[in-house]
Write a protein that binds this ligand. Structure first.
Ligand SMILES: [Zn+2]
Length: 171
């Protein structure tokens, strides 16, 4: 036998197995549309992200009450993302990729260890947006931010980062 690094497919398989065997994720399995969307989401993860969540603390995504979503990094047992009704609706709509852009932003906060670092809250937002962009949701995140004046700085920064003057007019 020789040492062989796990290919990403195995990492992904392990991650999916752990994620969906958690009974707290039954709400995802119960809804075909959400399930499909979440699978599309996991397909954007690279090896590093799978390694991170295949560690001792697993990723959990739970429905809750509030606006959009919120990341709660490493509680005792898990990295938790609370996902709120408006985001669940978005994930079930034709614009589901905008919802995944938000979810990727939350995963970014966790993966980038923002709760453990001295980081300016605004910079943390930019970094999480950049992470979402790296997973492939830049266009959708720009669209989401573009209609929210309170997100104007993030919107402009993300456009700048992507070297774009204007958001793409067609999707
Ligand atoms: Zn954020």
């Amino acid at each position: 036998m020789f040492f062989k690094k796990n290919p990403p497919t195995t990492k992904k398989g392990q991650f999916r197995l752990d994620f969906f065997k958690n009974s707290l994720h039954e709400w995802i399995l119960k809804d075909d549309q959400i399930k499909k969307t979440i699978d599309i989401f996991f397909n954007t993860f690279n090896s590093e992200v799978f390694d991170f969540f295949n560690g001792s603390k697993k990723l959990m995504i739970l429905p809750s009450r509030g606006n959009w979503a919120c990341a709660i990094p490493h509680t005792d047992r898990a990295h938790l993302i609370l996902i709120y009704p408006d985001l669940i609706d978005l994930l079930k709509s034709n614009n589901f990729r905008q919802g995944l852009a938000i979810l990727a932003h939350e995963v970014g906060h966790i993966f980038l260890g923002h709760s453990d670092r001295k980081i300016d809250p605004e910079d943390a937002q930019f970094e999480a947006d950049y992470f979402s962009n790296l997973l492939g949701f830049g266009v959708e995140l720009i669209l989401f931010l573009s209609v929210r004046p309170e997100c104007d700085k993030r919107y402009k920064r993300l456009l700048e980062l992507r070297g774009e003057e204007m958001p793409p007019s067609t999707l």
